[in-house]
Design a binder for this molecule. Structure first.
Ligand code: GDP
Ligand code: MG
Length: 709
C-alpha cells in the first residue's frame, strides 16, 4: 500500500512554479477553481518511490497577507487543507525578495522545502550560493533546480518525502523580530493560547487553528493581529470572549507606534527583511557587482573583513569618550546640588539621629548613586542610537568570528555591550538569543562587563591613588580585564558547564535608517529608568539599613556610651561583620572596613562608595574638628589618608569590585529569567571564587614584584 502525500507549490509569480509542477506531474493534471473563488486551481499527481503524491499549484504570491484574493487563497489552502509539505519555488536570481514568502510560510508552521529555481540564471549573473549554510540559517531543506532543464526534480521529491515523514535533520528556525515587537507578540500570544480550548465551536477556519493549540499558529495569529490582518481579525472577532485579545492587540499596536514611531505592519516587514538580509550576507556571494542598494554599499565598508573590527572599536571608543566628557559637567551640578541639600538640612534640623539618618544615610547614599545618572543616560542614549540606526546588528556581525572562538555568537555581544550600562537590561537583552545554552552563558558572564554602577568606585579610587596622567589607562585596564574574563568564562562555561554544538543562525541586518529622536529617547529612558528605580528603592533601603548597621549599637558591652566615633564604628554591627570576614580577605590586602564596604556592595555596587563615604565621613567629623577651621577635604583625599591603601591595594579593590557578586537586583532578574535559584547561586559562587583568585594573584604578585606598594 503506497503512502499518500499532498504537497502545495507556493512561490512568487514567475518563479517557475508551473514549470516545476509540469516537471513533477508530467501531463497528469486537473484544472478547476478553488472553492468559492474564481481563482484557477491546478492539481496533479505522481508516484515517487513508495509514495502517491498529490500536487496543488497555488496562485503566485509575494506575500501571505490578506491583500489580494490570491494571497488569501494560498493561505487558506495551507491552513485548511493542511498539505504535508509546502514546496516553495524561489527565484534564486532575486533571492532576497523571494525569501520573503519563505519566512511567512515558515511562520505558518508547515514543513517547507525550498526549490532554488533559476539557479542557471543566477549563476550566470555571478551569484554563488552556499546551499548548506543557507538551509541551516533558514531552517528549511533547499534543493537546487533548473526548471527549464528539468534539473533537480528527483532530488526535490526526495526532499519532500523526507520532510513529510519528519526525517529532516535541519534544525528549526524562525524570524526573530525586534525586541519590542517580540514582546508584544508574546503578550498577545499568551492570551490566544489561553483562549484556544474555550473557542472550539466558533468560526471553522480559526477553529481548526486554535484547536491545534500549536505554539506556531498561536504565534502566527498574534503576529497577524498586530499586523492588522483583516481576515484573521474578523475571525478572531467572531470568537466568544475575544475582547480581551483585541484589547491587548490595540494596546500592543499603540505601544509599538509610540516607541518605534512606525506602523506595526512595517515593523514586521522590516524584521523579515533584516532576517533575510542577514542570511544572504552569509550564504550568498556576488562575484560580479550587480545593482546594489545603499545599505549594501555601507555594509561593504562596515562589514569589511579588515576594516570592520577597527571601525567598530573606534565607534565604541568614541561612545565612551563622549559619555564621560559630556557627562562630567552635569555630574558636578548634581553633586553640588546634593551637597547644598545636605548642608541646608543640617542647618535647619537639630543635630541628632534623625538628622544623621537623612544627611549621612539617605542623601549620602542615594546621592552617591544619582550623581552617575548623566553617564548612564548618555551611554544608553548612544547605545539606543546605534541600535536604531541598525549599526548594532553590524557590530554583532563583526564580532561574530571572535565570539565563535569562545563558543558564542556575535549576537551575544550586544547584551554584553549593554552590560557596560547596567547588567539588568543586559540580561533582558539576551532574550534575542534563540539558543538557550548560549543565552544562559551570556547571562552568566554579563556581570563581568563592568556596569555603570561600578564606575563611581573606580573614579573615587583612581582619583585618590593614581596620578592624573595614568587615570584613563587604569580605568581602561579594568574594563578590558572585565571583557577578557567574560570571554574566558564563556569559553569555560561552554566547555565544561553547558557543553553542546552551536548551530548557525541568521544575524538580522536591518536596513540602515536615521533614528527618530523620539525612539532614541524612549529606548534610553526605559533603561535609565531601571537604574533610577534601583536608586529609589534598593539603594534607598540599603542606605538606611547600612546607616543603622553603622550607627548601632551606640553603647558598648558595659552599657557605656562609646566615646570616640571611630571606636563606635568599629564596634557597630557593620564593623563586627567586617571583622568577621577580615581573615578571608586579608591575603588580598583588605582590612575589616573594606570588608564592610564589600558586603554592602551586594545591595548595589554604588553602595561601596556611599559606604566608604559613611565610613570616612563619620571619622572625618572627628578629624575635621582638629584641623584649622573647617578645611573641607575632597572625598578622594579623605579616602587616601584614612584608608591606608596603596595604589596596589586600591587596584586590587577595583578588580574585586569588578568581578565579585553582581548586585541583588541582577541576581533577582536572573532568577526570574531562569526560573529558579540554581543559576543565580552559581553566578554568585563563581564570581566570588574568581574575584578572590584573581585578586590574590595580582596582590601577592604585586607585593612580590614591588609594584605600587
Ligand atoms: P510561474 O509563474 O511561477 O508559474 O512561472 P512559470 O513556470 O510560468 O515560469 C516563468 C518563466 O520562467 C517561463 O518562461 C519558464 O520557462 C522560465 N523558467 C522556469 N524555470 C526556469 C529556470 O530554472 N531557469 C530559467 N532560465 N528559466 C526558467
Ligand atoms: Mg504559473
Amino acid at each position: 500500500m503506497n503512502q499518500e502525500i499532498t504537497i502545495a507549490l507556493a512561490g512568487n509569480p514567475n518563479s517557475g512554479k508551473t514549470t516545476i509542477f509540469n516537471n513533477m506531474t508530467g501531463a497528469r493534471q486537473h484544472v478547476g477553481n478553488y472553492s468559492g473563488v474564481t481563482v484557477e486551481r491546478k492539481e496533479g499527481s505522481l508516484k515517487h518511490k513508495d509514495y502517491d503524491i498529490k500536487v496543488i499549484d497555488l496562485p503566485g504570491t509575494y506575500s501571505l497577507t490578506a491583500y489580494s484574493p490570491d494571497e488569501v487563497v494560498a493561505r487558506n489552502v495551507i491552513i485548511e487543507e493542511k498539505p504535508d509539505v509546502v514546496v516553495n519555488v524561489v527565484d534564486a536570481s532575486n533571492l532576497e525578495r523571494n525569501l520573503y514568502l519563505t519566512t511567512q510560510l515558515k511562520e505558518l508552521g508547515v514543513p517547507v522545502v525550498v526549490a532554488m529555481n533559476m539557479t542557471d540564471m543566477a549563476e550566470a549573473r555571478g551569484m554563488t550560493f552556499d546551499y548548506q549554510l543557507l538551509s541551516q540559517l533558514l531552517g528549511v531543506e533547499i534543493v537546487r533546480t533548473v526548471g527549464t532543464k528539468n534539473m533537480g526534480t528527483r532530488e526535490l521529491l526526495d526532499a519532500v518525502i523526507k520532510a513529510a515523514s519528519g526525517r529532516s535533520e535541519i534544525p528549526e528556525k524562525q524570524v526573530r523580530y525586534s525586541n519590542e515587537l517580540e514582546e508584544e507578540i508574546s503578550n498577545v500570544q499568551g492570551l490566544i493560547a489561553g483562549k484556544s480550548t474555550a473557542a472550539i465551536e466558533a468560526a471553522p477556519c480559526v477553529d481548526s487553528l486554535l484547536s491545534e493549540t500549536s505554539d506556531y499558529l498561536n504565534r502566527w495569529l498574534a503576529l497577524k493581529l498586530i499586523e492588522n490582518d483583516k481576515d484573521v481579525l474578523k475571525k478572531i472577532e467572531s470568537l466568544r470572549g475575544s475582547e480581551k485579545i483585541l484589547e491587548q492587540v490595540e494596546k500592543s499596536q499603540d505601544h509599538l507606534r509610540k516607541i518605534v514611531g512606525e506602523d506595526p505592519e512595517l515593523l514586521v516587514v522590516d524584521g523579515r527583511y533584516a532576517f533575510i538580509r542577514g542570511a544572504c550576507q552569509e550564504a550568498l556571494t556576488y562575484t560580479q557587482e550587480d545593482r546594489i542598494s545603499i545599505t549594501e554599499k555601507i555594509d561593504k565598508i562596515l562589514l569589511n573583513r579588515v576594516l570592520g573590527l577597527p571601525i567598530f572599536l573606534g565607534i565604541m571608543w568614541l561612545l565612551f569618550q563622549l559619555t564621560f566628557t559630556i557627562g562630567s559637567p552635569p555630574m558636578e551640578w548634581i553633586d553640588s546640588g546634593f551637597t547644598v541639600l545636605g548642608e541646608w538640612i543640617s542647618n535647619h534640623m537639630t543635630e541628632g539621629l534623625v538628622q544623621s539618618l537623612i544627611v549621612d544615610g539617605i542623601i549620602g547614599g542615594v546621592g552617591g548613586v544619582v550623581i552617575f545618572l548623566p553617564n548612564i543616560i548618555l551611554l544608553f542614549m548612544g547605545i539606543a542610537f546605534l541600535e536604531d540606526t541598525g549599526y548594532m546588528s553590524r557590530a554583532a556581525f563583526v564580532m561574530d568570528k571572535i565570539m565563535h572562538r569562545v563558543g558564542l555568537h556575535g549576537k551575544s555581544f550586544i547584551p554584553m555591550l549593554i552590560g557596560f550600562g547596567c547588567t539588568i537590561p543586559a540580561i533582558l537583552a539576551t532574550r534575542t538569543l534563540e539558543n538557550n545554552r548560549d543565552r544562559l552563558v551570556t547571562m552568566l558572564v554579563s556581570p563581568l562587563m563592568s556596569c555603570g554602577a561600578r564606575l563611581p568606585v573606580y573614579t573615587l579610587l583612581i582619583a585618590a591613588f593614581f596620578h592624573e596622567s595614568v587615570a584613563g589607562n587604569v580605568l581602561f585596564s579594568i574594563y578590558l580585564i572585565g571583557i577578557i574574563l567574560a570571554l574566558m568564562m564563556a569559553k569555560v562555561l561552554k566547555k565544561w558547564v553547558l557543553p553542546g554544538e552551536s548551530e548557525p543562525f541568521v544575524m538580522e541586518l536591518p536596513a540602515y535608517r536615521l533614528p527618530t529622536l523620539k525612539s532614541v529617547l524612549i529606548h534610553m529612558w526605559e533603561r535609565s529608568w531601571l537604574y533610577l528605580k534601583k536608586a529609589g528603592t534598593i539603594i534607598l533601603a540599603a542606605s538606611i539599613v547600612l546607616w543603622m548597621l553603622f550607627t548601632f549599637p551606640m553603647v558598648d558591652a558595659q552599657g557605656n556610651k562609646i566615646a570616640s566615633p571611630s571606636l563606635q564604628m568599629e564596634q557597630s554591627y557593620a564593623g563586627q561583620v567586617g571583622h568577621a570576614i577580615e581573615p578571608i580577605i586579608a591575603p588580598l590586602g583588605f582590612d575589616w572596613r573594606t570588608g564592610v564596604a564589600l558586603v554592602a556592595g551586594f545591595a548595589a555596587k554604588e553602595v561601596v562608595v556611599s559606604t566608604m563615604g559613611t565610613l570616612y565621613s563619620i571619622e572625618d567629623s572627628e578629624a575635621l574638628a582638629d584641623e584649622e577651621e573647617g578645611s573641607v577635604k575632597s572625598f578622594a583625599d579623605q579616602a587616601r589618608e584614612q584608608s591606608g591603601y596603596t595604589p596596589l591595594s586600591a587596584y586590587v579593590l577595583m578588580l574585586f569590585i569588578l568581578i565579585y557578586v553582581p548586585c541583588m537586583a541582577t541576581v533577582g532578574v536572573l532568577k526570574r529569567e531562569t526560573n529558579g535559584w540554581k543559576w543565580p547561586a552559581f553566578m554568585v559562587g563563581y564570581t566570588l571564587v574568581l574575584a578572590w583568585v584573581v585578586c590574590f594573584v595580582v596582590y601577592q604578585g604585586g607585593l612580590w614584584l614591588g609594584i605600587g606598594v
